[in-house]
Design a protein around this ligand. Structure first.
Ligand SMILES: NC(=O)c1ccc[n+]([C@@H]2O[C@H](COP(=O)([O-])OP(=O)(O)OC[C@H]3O[C@@H](n4cnc5c(N)ncnc54)[C@H](O)[C@@H]3O)[C@@H](O)[C@H]2O)c1
Length: 317
């Protein structure tokens, strides 16, 4: 039985630090790696801020946090840490060639019992691991942003991922306080993004056809179905209302929904006009008057409150 217990996270940008924070809080010696020591250290600073947020909100204990801080280090390369590493999570930029190169190098470097995971949100792990000798130990672990807060992790099996690897990763992530799901086919959108994209297509369609304003679409989702989602999934909803009723609603409503395989034209038009959202000052909203920082803070407050309910065991099963 191996006693290797270290987790290595490669890529200390938006996602790596939150994942590293969770690994360290779960008790693993954790190394956060980037292209330079400086970048890796900047990532560790972000991970420490994430841990502080969890501590401040009662989602982590102070001695647990103190030990996690001691366990987390920054490094510019994996090699010195490899001997006691059992799990590597790659979280570099979403670029297939880059990820393939990293996976091929890691596969050659790491003993075959080391699990190599990618945080890719859109690429196939089968393609990322295409040039590895041991694709059976590769898997996607798709954390959602912010990774230290959002419980979901999609564990996506590639065409050659071993079932035992997916199951082991799922069990491990449960121990990290995450809510992992196994996705058995390596398809675009994994699981949750398939559902999100269906919502986004209809939301943009509703605005495009003039049925409602962006504000009213967002209010309908946030204050209607969204507010009950943490406790009430769509399939639980169908069972609650009855399959016969749900089916008859589908027969009435589905024919009128957008089922275009291409993005809605009015959405494409906004992009064409250079209205890319917050980063250009305009998208569906005017960001010169709307406050993104306040919106993000409100999102995190809601997630934290929901996590408190879940952690206290007061939530749904
Ligand atoms: N940002 C999100 O909301 C989000 C959500 C879920 C999943 N993802 C996925 O997570 C992955 C990382 O996304 P991100 O937003 O954190 O990217 P990012 O661009 O913020 O960070 C990537 C980091 O990887 C580093 N890097 C690049 N090449 C490297 C190498 N060879 N070795 C070590 N480090 C290297 C970069 O210096 C950078 O710090 C992507 O696959 C992305 O699709 C992102």
């Amino acid at each position: 039985m191996s006693n290797k217990n270290k987790v290595a996270i490669i890529g200390a940008g938006m996602m790596g630090p939150g994942i590293a924070a969770r690994a360290a809080l779960a008790g693993h010696p954790t190394v956060l790696i980037d292209v330079s020591q400086e970048r890796a250290e900047a990532g560790v600073e972000k991970a420490l801020a994430a841990m502080q947020q969890l501590l401040d909100n009662g989602l982590a204990e102070s001695d647990q946090t103190q030990r996690a801080i001691e366990r987390l280090v920054a490094a510019p390369a994996l090699a010195p840490h490899l001997a006691d590493t059992f799990l590597i999570i790659e979280a570099v930029s979403e670029n297939l060639a880059l990820k393939q190169q990293i996976f091929t190098e890691l596969d050659a470097l790491a003993p075959a019992d080391v699990i190599i995971a990618s945080n890719t949100s859109g690429l196939r792990i089968t393609d990322i691991a295409a040039h590895t000798a041991h694709p059976e130990r590769t898997v996607t672990t798709h954390f959602w942003f912010p990774a230290h807060l959002v419980p979901l992790v999609e564990v996506v099996m590639g065409d050659r991922t071993a079932e035992a690897v997916a199951v082991k990763v799922k069990e491990l992530l449960i121990g990290w306080g995450k809510a992992p799901v196994i996705v058995r086919k390596d398809l675009p959108g994994q699981l949750a993004n398939r559902i999100l994209q269906a919502i986004l297509r209809e939301a943009t369609n509703i605005v495009g056809m003039g049925l409602a304003t962006p504000e009213d679409v967002d209010t309908a989702v946030k204050m209607g179905m969204g507010i009950r989602f943490p406790a009430w999934g769509p399939l639980e909803h169908i069972d609650a209302v009855g399959l016969d009723l749900a089916l008859s609603v589908q027969k009435d409503v589905l024919p009128g929904l957008c089922n275009d395989p291409q993005p809605v034209q009015s959405f494409c038009d906004l992009v064409e006009a250079g209205h890319l959202g917050h980063k250009t000052g305009r998208g569906f909203y005017d960001w010169r008057t709307k406050d993104m920082a306040a919106l993000s803070a409100g999102r995190d407050r809601f997630i934290i409150e929901a996590l408190r309910v879940l952690q206290a065991g007061e939530g749904p099963e």
